[in-house]
Design a binder for this molecule. Structure first.
Ligand code: NAP
Length: 298
């Protein structure tokens, strides 16, 4: 059973693995099936769920809310993370995909999310992507208003560089809680560009998205050498699946990322959570690094 731990010096406390709901509409679950799915990951100790306003062409939050209507007792057992700041063409009024981090949009989006989930608070609200037109004062005004009204309890960002993060932080009277980042053997750039150092420096745990490369790690012929190495390490450490080895690889990072699971299959979710007890030694970690990148350390 996973434990909840603070992800930043001023909280919140999240489960060590997070359930990601980006692909919820693809899973084609009825609200009842979704209740069962949520109860299953809660039993494993996965209490934190990741959403965004735009997921499923703006439909995932409301679909999740339908399940919560059937089982309202689940709300208080969950920490709900959601995001705003991207505007996609799924809305007819958007002629082009763009970012919108204006105060009005953030406030409106948070209200929409609260209505979709049928809840009175978001546990964590993130700005989804860095916006070249982001006015940090405006975002801070929106965050402070949401904090004061209790509509959102904590705030953070996603896919931000350390300087973008520092800019927004400089305008806030409370600390940002996380930076949600793409981290996997096949996406290692943030490991050495200062982004994860920055998380470590601030003692905030990043949330790690697409640890399995969105499934490409298993389907792309290019990653066969990586799969071969993962298979060898799997045998060495007694893991049940290649995914578990990947999660163990992510968990070894000293910034202590929280992997976000993207699978809609209960068996895979349970196997992912079980990776929390696996450890890789240094050489196993670097063998996976090399197999993914195709070259050795200098
Ligand atoms: P992921 O774990 O990298 O990919 C999940 C996909 O891989 C699912 O389609 C899953 O299919 C498939 N998969 C898992 N194991 C597999 C296997 N052994 N063989 C073949 N396919 C396999 O995660 P993700 O869905 O890309 O991202 C996870 C979460 O991160 C999202 O739900 C979202 O919450 C968050 N996210 C955030 C951002 C951001 O910008 N902040 C961006 C992307 C995602 P099955 O369902 O069939 O198992």
């Amino acid at each position: 059973m996973l434990q909840r731990l603070p992800i930043a010096p001023q909280g919140p406390a999240f489960s060590g693995f997070v359930m990601g709901y980006w692909r919820l509409m693809e899973w084609a679950m009825t609200p009842r099936q979704l209740v069962d799915f949520i109860e299953h990951h809660l039993e494993l100790g996965i209490t934190t769920v990741d959403h965004a306003d735009i997921y499923g062409d703006y439909r995932c939050e409301a679909a999740f809310g339908e399940a919560l209507k059937l089982a309202p007792e689940l709300r208080d057992k969950l920490q709900i993370v959601t995001k705003c700041g991207i505007a996609t063409r799924a809305k007819p009024q958007h002629q082009i995909g763009h970012y919108n981090t204006t105060r009005a949009h953030i406030l409106q989006s948070a209200d929409n999310s609260l209505r979709h989930f049928g809840t009175d608070r978001l546990d964590l609200l993130l700005i989804h992507r860095p916006d070249p037109l982001m006015d940090a004062d405006e975002v801070a005004e929106a965050f402070i208003a949401l904090h004061q009204s209790g509509k959102a309890l904590h705030f953070g960002v996603s896919n931000f560089t350390p300087s973008q993060y520092a800019l927004l932080q400089s305008r806030l009277p409370f600390t940002l809680a996380t930076n949600q980042l793409e981290i996997s053997p096949i996406q290692q750039s943030l490991l050495l560009d200062g982004t994860l150092d920055h998380c470590q420096q601030l003692r905030i745990r990043p949330m790690a998205w697409s640890c399995l490369g969105g499934g490409r790690l298993f389907s792309d012929p290019h990653y066969q050498p990586l799969r071969d190495e993962l298979e060898r390490v799997k045998e060495e450490i007694g893991a049940a699946t290649l995914e578990q080895v990947v999660y163990a690889w992510v968990l070894k990072l000293p910034s202590k990322p929280l992997p976000i699971i993207g699978s809609g299959k209960t068996r895979r979710v349970a196997e992912a959570a079980a990776a929390a007890s696996l450890t890789l030694d240094l050489q196993q970690w670097f063998r996976i690094r090399k197999a993914a990148l195709g070259f050795d350390v200098p």
